[in-house]
Design a protein. Structure first.
Length: 196
């Protein structure tokens, strides 16, 4: 079995939307590049910005580019966010979330506040059929809260000579003290060092 990349999966969904769903409503979806990720979004907004549509005039190749948030791993949600961004590509850059956007969004089955649309029940039924055809979204959720954070450091254990023949000490990771490892020996008396 051949595993699809996220982008291949998203392109398959776009093809279904373009050739079936949007076309039925009389809309033409332009050629689109699609990927998972967000561009230029501050870290504090990563939980609220779910997708982006960059219009062709902002792209060197003149094509529209859509990005789906890496925080989404729910298949239905990924598709309805993708549909929202496809509505942007159809409505055009001046539409924002205004009347032209609303008209397209409602006709393709989105509802709710236009800046935060969700799939209607009917569209969710349609999406369920698409999922049967394309499979689940092959993307693990990324947590922006963990990005750039270092794992807590473990405390090093201080080892000293049991004979106190020197004030020299050694610090070693706890795993080497509690595991099946031989502890270092004192450089003066050759005794195995022990935790202080």
């Amino acid at each position: 079995m051949c595993t699809k990349t996220r982008e291949e999966w998203l392109q398959d969904v776009i093809a279904i939307c373009r050739d079936e769903h949007f076309k039925e409503q009389g809309f033409t979806v332009p050629e689109i590049h699609v990927s998972t990720g967000l561009f230029g979004v501050p870290k504090k907004s990563l939980k609220t910005v779910l997708g982006q549509c960059w219009y062709g005039h902002g792209s060197e190749d003149g094509l529209c580019h859509i990005f789906i948030s890496p925080t989404i791993n729910d298949t239905k949600r990924a598709i309805d966010v993708l549909i929202h961004e496809l509505v942007h590509s159809v409505a055009g850059p001046t539409a924002k979330h205004g009347p032209a956007f609303r008209r397209v969004a409602k006709l393709v089955g989105l509802e709710g506040k236009m800046a935060e649309t969700v799939a209607s029940d009917r569209l969710n039924e349609t999406i369920a059929g698409w999922i049967d055809r394309v499979g689940l979204y092959p993307h693990p959720k990324l947590d922006p809260g963990l990005a750039g954070k270092k794992r807590p450091r473990k405390q090093a254990i201080k080892l000293v000579c049991p004979n106190e023949c020197t004030e020299l000490c050694v610090r070693i990771a706890e795993q080497y003290v509690t595991g099946d490892y031989k502890l270092p020996k004192c450089g003066y008396c050759d005794a195995e060092m022990e935790p202080a």
